[in-house]
Design a protein around this ligand. Structure first.
Ligand code: PEP
Ligand code: MN
Length: 341
């Protein structure tokens, strides 16, 4: 059950609702939103009787039963799409948001050149890993704090917002000082300690789908973040592991309309990690826009052949420019269908 309190509900009214929920055998999860308090009641009990008594309590705006195992992120809980604001940009709103940049921040020259190109060619958010999750412990692990400082410099020079990955709960506060959006990588989608700490972070989260995770598991991970206090979650389809070997992963584009039906959270597609090959990135990006994604996350590098990570799937700067140009008519159609919705 989800209980939305009225705008000016008093502390006593909120406390009484929480007590009633607990007396009925449920556990309470309270979320203090920007405008109102929302209370989740989870567990087993007599739902109908509990709902009836809650609906009649002072201060209660609405109490509903949510049948999905994920509650706060479900469309049942919130029928209208969430819009996530960052640096004057809205993700999930009227603009298709392109986030682009290198897999890893490697040097000042590399990140500044990429940032300038991303801004000039229509990207709105600069990506770049400073803390890298690598399959081999001998591979480049990222510039860490130095990388964060370079991202800050690139933001100052271009005005682009910054998204970068957080791998451990101990790093959340530090990275939140430098980044506008915290990225949770596919490998950490079910790092529950990390997800809980993101609930307390004062930044939007981009949560990537795990390599072998179902859509329901992705939504349950998003629920962790929201239930722990942070409603600003963006979901990211980045390809899943299948028997196919021609691509690095299989880009599950059907996840976009499936997620749009199940959740109010914005959904972006990362065609770079899905494909693993740069030639496949522009066609997959067009398909993602056509199928209704809210944005794209794309790897771009000034010299992909010299990249410290993911060079094979990184677009060159001219290729990124060509992709953006070819996307333009698709983005026009995307806008028209958003306005009509
Ligand atoms: C990345 O964005 O560079 C990355 C490591 O992505 P993923 O977690 O999807 O593999
Ligand atoms: Mn990468």
């Amino acid at each position: 059950m989800i209980i939305s309190m009225r705008l000016h509900a008093t502390r006593e009214e909120i406390d009484s609702v929480c007590e009633r929920i607990q007396e009925s055998g449920y556990k309470v999860h309270t979320i203090q939103g920007e405008e109102r308090v929302v209370i989740g009641a989870v567990g087993v009990g007599d739902v109908t009787a509990c709902l009836e008594s809650l609906q009649a309590m002072p201060g209660v705006e609405n109490a509903v039963r949510i049948s999905a195992p994920y509650k706060f992120v479900s469309r049942e809980f919130q029928p209208q799409r969430s819009r996530i604001r960052v640096n004057g940009i809205e993700i999930g709103g009227a603009e298709l948001v392109v986030m682009a940049g290198p897999c890893s921040v490697e040097s000042e020259a590399q990140i500044m050149e990429t940032a300038e190109a991303v801004a000039r060619l229509g990207g709105r958010i600069l990506r770049g890993g400073a803390f890298k999750p690598r399959t081999s412990p001998y591979d480049f692990q990222g510039l860490e704090l130095e990388g964060l400082k370079l991202l800050r410099k690139a933001k100052a020079a271009t005005g682009l917002a910054i998204i970068t990955e957080v791998m451990s709960d101990g790093d959340v506060e530090l990275i939140a000082e430098y980044a506008d959006i915290l990225q949770i990588g596919a490998r950490n989608m079910q790092n529950f300690a990390l997800l809980k700490s993101l609930g307390r972070a004062q930044r939007p989260i981009l949560l990537k789908r795990g390599i072998s995770s179902t859509i329901k598991e992705l939504l349950m991970s998003a629920e962790y973040i929201v239930a722990h206090g942070n409603p600003n979650v963006i979901l990211c389809e980045r390809g899943i592991r299948t028997f196919e070997t021609e691509t690095r992963n299989t880009c599950d584009l059907s996840a976009v309309p499936v997620l749009n039906a199940l959740t109010h959270l914005p959904v972006v597609v990362d065609p770079s990690h899905a494909a693993g090959k740069r030639s496949l990135v522009p066609p997959l990006a067009r398909a993602a826009v056509a199928i209704g994604a809210d944005g794209l996350l794309v790897e771009v590098h000034p010299s992909p052949e010299k990249a410290f990570s993911d060079g094979a799937q990184s677009l060159t700067i001219p290729q990124f420019g060509a992709m953006m140009r070819d996307l333009a008519p698709y983005i026009e159609l995307w806008k028209a269908s958003r306005e009509a919705a």
